[in-house]
Design a protein around this ligand. Structure first.
Ligand SMILES: [Zn+2]
Length: 168
């Protein structure tokens, strides 16, 4: 049912609205920033940071964690589309806090007969996960040396951001 609803809304004017919203925007994000956050459907990244279209690259995955594919996107974002800063936002009450990587992979293996080739990046404490990911970004050889990284935990009850410091 649900995919029909998306197509229906597109046909009801979504396509026209999207075209109007993107009119005149350059491909490189004007704030030269990439934002990495969770796919959680409650997080309105544009409202949270007062953004409009054309300003940032928004990368979203389960958890808002640094994966090989995030590195791939950030490298392209920097090398070909002029971004420099990276903002990482993970959050309280995330689905990734509700299981452990080992348990998840074990359940999958039991069900389908093999372990996944990827890790879930499950975490208990979002601040520790953000700090770990910031450290990984800082040391990634493919990102530009002048990359500036900031990390935050979003409290999804009060929608308050708490900054995480790599050296703190
Ligand atoms: Zn989440």
């Amino acid at each position: 049912m649900s995919h029909e609803e998306l197509v229906r809304r597109y046909e009801a004017g979504g396509g026209k609205l999207a075209a109007a919203n993107a009119e005149g925007l350059a491909v490189p994000p004007s704030l030269r920033t990439a934002l990495l956050t969770c796919m959680d459907s409650r997080i309105d990244t544009f409202a949270l940071f007062g953004l409009t279209l054309g300003e940032v690259h928004v990368l979203r995955n389960a958890g808002g964690v640094v994966t090989d594919d995030v590195i791939r996107s950030l490298t392209i974002s920097q090398r070909k589309l002029e971004t420099r800063d990276v903002v990482v936002v993970q959050h309280t009450g995330c689905g990734l806090t509700m299981f452990s990587d080992d348990d998840f992979c074990e359940e999958l293996a039991t069900e389908v007969g093999m372990r996944p080739p990827w890790r879930t990046h499950a975490f208990r404490e979002p601040a520790l996960s953000v700090r770990r990911d910031m450290a990984q970004l800082r040391h990634d050889p493919f990102l530009l040396p002048e990359t500036r990284v900031r990390g935050f935990v979003l409290d999804t009850e009060r929608f308050v951001l708490e900054e995480v410091y790599l050296d703190g």
